[in-house]
Design a protein around this ligand. Structure first.
Ligand code: ADP
Ligand code: MG
Ligand code: ZN
Length: 590
């Protein structure tokens, strides 16, 4: 079972004391057990749920940090049912409220909501229920705006408080309080009034995304003194993580995805994430051509079409949704067996969230991402306006380019956690394959690339990544080919080297804006001058090329055969040649 991480706030309580809250010898314990089974129809708690529930029932203020889909809601819904009076739940989005009240209705738990669009009768009933000791209402969902703006609501809450009917306050998505978080909402800043007016009511803040500094900030804003913080591990042990190199030929990756879906994932439910609305349409059409029941989902579709696709997929009438990231909020399908990324995500955090929609039922599921060279730059121009957009994207690229470190360990650092190889247990491609990749000396390659860029600059030309690869692999314009040293490396390896140089700062991005689009050009990075130092060397672990023939062919002309898997001898040794003299060089494509 997942472990919990201790935090500074937790140290207010000893480990022994904390352990007690995992127990079932409280006055409310049998009541909990019964409602878990009868009302919520669940057979057991997930890690940390019982501890959180016992702590809040014991009257402690609590911050609960748990990955999305792990079951934070139960930690206030179940206590609500087991307490006198009602629980006030602050939620940022009306759609989340609707989902929850609908669900609670279906299990016969009385819940109401108050938001800008609530009807008069609805509001009246909710307001009356707050101060009625015989009211069946157990949960009242409100938006933060309501708290900030409705004096009527505050006066009712005050009456309820005095009558001991306000049993608990839950603040969902509590990170919205903090400006340091990624999702700040101004009205959350005013929620401190709750704890100031109702100091005896235990508060429970819930989030999937707060760092400790954000939590500290939330603590201040909400006026809670020394809450206990419980943090569940973000390690999803049932998910298998894999990266596949995406071929420049579009059909190759589609065929690969189709054969997975028709083979390994036959009759199983899944999601294919794509980059754009256009891709959602085209990839789903391609999959349909291959007899897969796949439908697009993106934000530009009719709301009714969207909800139909969602519904049919949820009830297994559609096997695959081919979606942009618009498909996410409110998706709670337990048996998603695969999440395939046709294009990399814009950050590791995003990838974790998106891929995390797989395997919510705790059974094994696969998360596969197709890593394509050109996609890096498509996303790069998309996130160009975001402050740390490039940095986050490059971390995702680093995750994908990595060939020998546990994928989990690379993810874990983004959650301030350490998941070692044991925490992975062969549930990622690098741990499972345990390949010994050669550490290739790419100094010479780097110098060639720099030379090409210097030449371009001297000719007052800018190169896109694609043009750079073409020039370097001898496919550029003839006049340039005569002036540079081209490479015999297969295209995928040439691309890998360029990505490496970008990641390490030998190259960097150079954006150019037109009224219609943003262009990505490659420029020399801050470390490029180091390559002029004779002693400076540069190495990288490299995947063996997928298809042998390209390498064999390239190498045969030099009378040297390759054994890519033996270290020390690999593409890095490929001799430099003047492509213009090589008869097999492709014709200039421009
Ligand atoms: P979160 O708010 O943490 O993202 P939710 O509270 O929405 O997650 O719960 C996600 C899903 O997990 C729901 O379908 C819920 O019914 C289910 N769930 C919660 N607790 C348990 C449990 N103990 N056992 C099985 N399923 C659970
Ligand atoms: Mg939630
Ligand atoms: Zn691993």
């Amino acid at each position: 079972s997942a472990s919990s991480k201790s935090s500074s706030a937790e140290s207010a309580m000893t480990k022994e004391e904390m352990k007690r809250y995992d127990g079932t010898d409280f006055t409310w314990s049998s009541d909990l057990e019964q409602h878990l089974k009868d009302s919520f129809q669940l057979d057991k708690f997930r890690p940390l749920q019982l501890r959180a529930i016992n702590l809040t029932l014991a009257g402690r203020d609590l911050f609960l940090v748990m990955p999305t889909g792990r079951g934070k809601s139960l930690c206030y819904q179940l206590p609500a049912v087991c307490s006198e009076g009602f629980t006030l739940v602050v939620t940022p989005l009306v759609s989340l409220m609707e989902d929850q009240t609908m669900y609670l209705k279906s299990i016969d738990v009385s819940a109401v909501m108050l938001n800008a669009s609530s009807s008069k009768e609805n509001t009246k009933a909710a307001m009356a229920g707050m101060t009625d000791p015989n009211s069946p209402i157990k949960l009242i969902y409100v938006t933060p705006e309501k708290i900030a703006k409705s004096k009527m609501l505050m006066s009712r809450l005050e009456k309820a408080y005095k009558a001991n009917l306000l049993s608990r306050i839950a603040v969902d998505e509590v990170h919205c309080c903090s400006q340091w978080g990624h999702d700040f909402r101004p009205d959350y800043k005013l929620l401190g009034i709750l704890k100031r007016q109702f100091p005896k009511v235990p508060l429970l803040g819930l989030t999937a995304t707060a760092t400790s500094s954000v939590l500290k900030d939330c603590e201040k804003i909400l006026c809670v003194k020394q809450p206990i913080t419980l943090t569940a591990s973000f390690n999803r042990t049932n998910l298998y993580y894999e990266v596949r190199i995406k071929d420049a030929d579009h059909d190759v990756s589609i065929n690969d995805i189709a054969s997975l879906i028709k083979g390994k994932y036959k009759d199983q439910s899944g999601i294919v994430y794509v980059f754009s609305q256009k891709d959602a349409e085209s990839v789903s059409a391609e999959l349909q051509k291959r007899e897969i029941s796949a439908y697009p989902y993106h934000s530009n579709m009719d709301p009714s079409d969207k909800s139909r696709v969602h519904r049919k997929w949820a009830s297994n009438k559609i096997q695959v949704v081919v979606a942009t990231v618009a498909f996410g909020m409110g998706i709670d399908k337990a048996d998603v067996r695969f999440v395939i990324h046709h294009t990399i995500s814009k950050s590791i955090e995003n990838y974790y969230q998106e891929s995390g929609r797989a395997g919510r039922d705790d059974h094994p599921a696969d998360c596969i991402v197709y890593f394509g060279f050109a996609d890096i730059f498509r996303i790069s121009t998309m996130v160009v306006m975001e402050n740390v957009g490039q940095q986050k994207l490059l971390q995702m690229v680093e995750y994908c380019q990595n060939v020998d470190r546990c994928r989990r360990s690379l993810m874990a650092v983004h959650f301030d956690e350490v998941w070692d190889d044991e925490g992975c247990d062969q549930m990622c491609d690098t741990c499972r394959n345990a390949q010994d990749y050669p550490n290739v000396d790419i100094t010479l390659h780097a110098k060639q690339v720099v030379q090409i860029l210097e030449l371009a600059t001297s000719m007052d030309e800018k190169l896109t990544p694609l043009k750079l690869v073409e020039a370097w692999t001898g496919k550029g314009p003839a006049k340039r080919r005569k002036m540079i040293q081209t490479t015999t490396m297969p295209r995928q390896q040439a691309e890998a080297v360029i990505v490496r140089l970008l990641l390490q700062g030998y190259l960097r991005e150079d954006f150019s804006f037109t009224p219609y689009t943003t262009y990505f050009y490659v420029k020399l990075g801050r470390k490029a001058p180091l390559l002029k130092t004779p002693t400076h060397t540069l190495k990288m672990k490299m995947r063996a090329p997928e298809a042998g023939p390209a390498v064999v062919k390239a190498a045969s002309g030099q009378g040297k055969s390759k054994e890519p898997k033996r270290s020390g001898q690999s593409a890095g040794d490929a001799p430099v040649r003047q492509v213009s003299k090589d008869a097999s060089a492709p014709k200039a494509s421009e």
